[in-house]
Design a protein around this ligand. Structure first.
Ligand SMILES: *Cc1c(COP(=O)(O)O)cnc(C)c1O
Length: 228
């Protein structure tokens, strides 16, 4: 059985290979370890193998792990859908939020970000797969959303996040990620982050400029959601 440390070595090699293939510095691509459904102990093992950034989708689960891992200097990223009644805890307990897709949520996060903390790093989630996806803002609405979010004092807009429709077709993967990069360029803002690429499509994402790849399965193993 492969261990988490082995998986991280393999991922580092995949990332380096994909970056080198397009002439990018592998250090420009960062690994976000997505630990949803996995126990704190797995995150602890990932930390021991060099992981510093952890992504979680569910607030209560994340807060529990943060308590259990409070002895480690981890950087926490919220990557799941956000309900209004969760914004205060997210603003208080995370360093990054990758899944902002409407202004009301951004405004609440900004207002509720504690004054003693640095502005919350934000990626706007954009829907590049049309009807196939329920999350993410419509590309047409992105420029206005990005302008409004970049003016909020409690937030620091860093870039875009996307979860394209899964496909094994490399060309289709690249086309979707290229469209995210193009949307970011068209904003004309000073953004440094593209959060895109997961276990099955990280190479395509890196070829199109990903700076965070969000990896769950290839790092922690398959998720078991238990009996439905
Ligand atoms: C679960 C999840 C991931 C990780 O997906 P894998 O395919 O397991 O690597 C990445 N991003 C988001 C938003 C997720 O919900």
């Amino acid at each position: 059985m492969s261990t988490i440390a082995d998986n991280i070595s393999l991922l580092d090699a995949r990332i380096a290979h994909a970056a080198n293939a397009v002439g990018r510095d592998p250090a420009s691509v960062r690994l976000l370890a997505v630990s949803k459904t996995k126990p704190s102990q797995a995150v602890r093992e990932a930390y021991a193998a060099g992981v510093r950034d952890v992504g979680e989708n569910y607030l209560q689960e994340a807060l529990g792990k943060q308590r259990e891992l409070s002895d480690l200097p981890l950087i926490w990223h919220f990557i799941g859908p956000i309900q209004s009644n969760k914004t205060r805890a997210i603003a208080e307990h995370f360093d990054w939020v990758h899944s902002v897709d409407r202004l009301k949520i951004a405004q609440r996060l900004s207002e509720q970000r504690p004054a003693g903390l640095a502005p919350l790093n934000i990626c706007l989630q954009v829907n590049v797969s049309g009807e196939a996806s329920k999350s993410g803002c419509d590309p047409q609405d992105l420029p206005a959303l990005a302008r409004a979010v970049s003016a909020l004092p409690g937030l620091r807009l860093r870039g875009l996040m996307a979860i394209p429709e899964p496909t094994d077709d490399r060309a289709a993967q690249e086309a979707a990620f290229a469209s995210v990069r193009q949307l970011q360029q068209d904003l004309g803002l000073d953004l440094d982050t593209l959060s895109m690429g997961m276990s099955h499509d990280l190479e395509a994402a890196i070829s199109q400029g990903a700076t965070w790849v969000r990896i769950g399965t290839a790092l922690f193993g398959a998720r078991d959601y238990g009996p439905a």
